[in-house]
Write a protein that binds this ligand. Structure first.
Ligand code: N01
Length: 581
């Protein structure tokens, strides 16, 4: 591999940062469809992105196998079977390696390469990308495929450096694994990750103490092997599944009911929840249309789920701690599990309520609480989440037009035009950036949509000889205001401590980052932006700070908006009809 550490940077048409689902597909399109000289730069020493890093015990996707895969190629689809209802981390990583081999992507992926900075050169109309090792690349197009949840958030608890045992963050799990046998393990965090890890860690640990700050709902995943008949069914129904995931607001392969919880009598409601509990998984969210729109509706689901915790967990005090949930169901990302609550019935597993008695510090022997009680531990597992959405982007020192810096421009929160472009940063595209539906949907679908939209845009610019494209400030302002309106039309902001709002990272601005207006609406808006000659963008010259907001947004989201694609005749299109999650 030729690289330059001094002198002239290596020249490419496009640099893609990250070799997960987004980066691999972006490389395929730019190189194999557009014929560009493109390279992926990836920090890890293998492909896989999220699934390369998150090797913690129990790591598994919450999207169902037949929907958690690329949909752009039938051949690729037919060349791969997952073995279980939900794909495990190892299998997803194997799938992405299979994709890299099948599409012969490896020669254009540079591993073990962390991008640290990127600077826009206005005169040359190119980006210079710099890596940690000091290599430099010059490119016309720069695409970040860095994921939404890739900056591990290790809480700044004093004393961690003095801890005598070992500690690990789930998002940076050692490749050789961690041996818990005979060890006293403490786990901090009970989000989707923590809830997956607890039952598996408990299988071998001598003791497991779970430090819970916010109690959480969880629905059984009902994972299990897929038999041959089911695998064949998914192969045969490729087109149907593809159509389905592209037609639902959350991009999952099931429809959200049009029935409202409060229109049912209590008995019918309960029967519907019971059935969804048996079916398992994120489908529980789809039982009623209004679960994220009406607090009264949500309360009925919340009470049902809290009741289940009290039924499963035998010790009433433990059950009370685990079911003392302070936010509406699904206002934070709803976890699904395999035996999570049941695990607390084991004698060697316990929960500590660190909202009642907060963690004061880490001492050499373990974790000390405000009350002075010390929990002695050999291993601490931080299942404490991520500096989500903006973290991975801000870990790169982006210097845009006129020397502006992204960390300054986003000091009060991120600003993008349809999640994909940032005013002041020409020719930079952010796959599933802040303001995209991303994490509120089955990720593969928004990733494919963004990657294809970016490839189409670059293809148009290359064909038309446009060497510069930049989102206007007014487009980004209007979009973030719409993202905010979409969130406020739901109960999502009511989980005040959620990472959707950036509330899990001290000092981070509280801005609702993902787009809750649904994937169907989002695709419709992005398609219209392109069809109308890239509205909201300036082409060939710097964006005019005084340009008006793009009319496309008001036309597609205002009171006279046309129906969403696939909506029944006569359906209205108000924001609250299309919430994601
Ligand atoms: O992280 P989280 P995660 N002291 O931020 C607690 C995706 N995912 O890794 O809620 C004590 O949700 C924190 O407490 P609180 C999915 O999108 C997908 O679990 O801030 N506790 C919380 O309990 C998910 O949403 C899959 O009060 C502290 C936990 O740590 C996202 O990743 C599987 C603390 C963090 O929960 C992130 O999930 C797994 C402190 N100082 C995850 N700091 C798939 O299926 C934090 N906490 C694809």
């Amino acid at each position: 591999m030729t690289t330059q550490t001094g002198g002239r940077p290596q020249s490419l048409d496009a640099v893609i940062v990250g070799a997960g689902f987004a980066g691999l597909y972006q490389l395929h399109l730019l190189r194999d469809r557009l014929g560009l000289k493109a390279r992926v730069l990836e920090t890890g020493d293998g492909v896989g992105g999220t699934w390369y890093w998150n090797r913690y015990p129990g790591a598994r996707c919450d999207s169902e196998s037949h929907s958690y895969r690329y949909f752009f190629s039938r051949e690729l689809h037919e060349s791969w079977d997952y073995s279980e209802r939900y794909p495990g981390q190892e299998e997803i990583r194997a799938y992405l390696n299979h994709v890299a081999d099948t599409l012969a992507l490896r020669p254009d992926i540079q591993l073990s390469t962390r991008v640290t900075a990127a600077a826009w050169d206005e005169a040359a109309r190119r980006w210079t990308v710099t890596t940690e090792a000091g290599e430099r690349f010059s490119c016309r197009w720069l695409i970040t495929a860095v994921g939404c949840l890739s900056s591990a958030n290790v809480p700044a608890i004093p004393g961690l450096e003095d801890f005598r045992g070992e500690w690990h963050h789930t998002g940076r799990w050692p490749h050789e694994g961690v041996d818990f046998a005979g060890k006293r393990v403490g786990q901090v965090g009970t989000g989707s990750t923590g809830i997956q890890a607890v039952p598996v860690i408990a299988e071998t640990a001598q003791t497991l103490t779970v430090f819970q700050r916010t109690a959480n709902y969880s629905v059984p995943a009902r994972n299990g092997p897929l038999n041959e008949q089911r695998k064949q069914e998914w192969r045969d129904n490729f087109e149907e599944v593809r159509k389905l995931v592209r037609s639902t607001p959350n991009a999952h392969p099931f429809r959200i009911s049009t029935d409202k919880a409060m229109d049912q009598d209590a008995e019918t409601r309960r029967a519907r929840y019971e059935k969804a509990w048996e079916v398992g998984g994120l489908r529980f969210r789809a039982v009623f249309h209004d679960l994220l729109l009406s607090k009264a509706a949500n309360d009925t689901a919340a009470e049902f789920l809290k009741g289940k915790i009290r039924e499963i967990v035998k010790d009433p005090e433990t059950a009370a701690v685990l079911s003392d949930i302070d936010h509406p169901y699904a206002a934070k990302r709803p976890p699904i599990d395999t035996n999570y609550f049941d695990t607390f019935n084991k004698d060697h597993v316990d929960v500590v309520d660190v909202r009642a008695d907060p963690i004061r510090r880490i001492v050499p022997e373990g974790i000390e609480l405000e009350s002075g009680k010390v929990h002695e531990l050999d291993v601490i597992v931080f299942a404490t989440g991520f500096d989500a959405m903006t973290g991975p982007l801000l870990s790169i020192d982006f210097q845009g037009a006129d020397g502006r810096r992204l960390k300054d421009d986003w000091a009060a929160g991120p600003k993008t035009w349809v999640g994909v472009a940032i005013p002041g940063y020409p020719n930079l595209f952010t796959v599933t950036g802040p303001g995209s539906p991303s994490v509120l949907a089955n990720m593969i679908v928004p990733i494919e949509q963004h990657v294809e939209w970016i490839a189409d845009c670059i293809e148009t610019m290359e064909r038309e000889g446009v060497d510069r494209i930049e989102a206007t400030p007014a487009a980004a302002e209007a979009w973030m205001s719409h993202v905010n309106d979409a969130a406020n039309a739901t109960l999502l902001p009511q989980a005040g401590h959620s990472w959707y709002l950036g509330a899990n990272v001290p000092g981070k601005p509280r801005v609702f980052m993902p787009y809750a207006g649904g994937m169907v609406r989002f695709r419709q808006i992005c398609d219209a932006v392109a069809a109308r000659g890239y509205e909201g963008f300036a082409m060939g010259a710097p964006a005019d700070p005084a340009a008006p907001p793009p009319p496309v947004l008001a036309e597609l989201t205002g009171p006279d908006a046309p129906p969403l694609p696939g909506a029944p005749a006569g359906a209205k299109t108000s924001l609250i009809e299309a919430p994601g999650v």
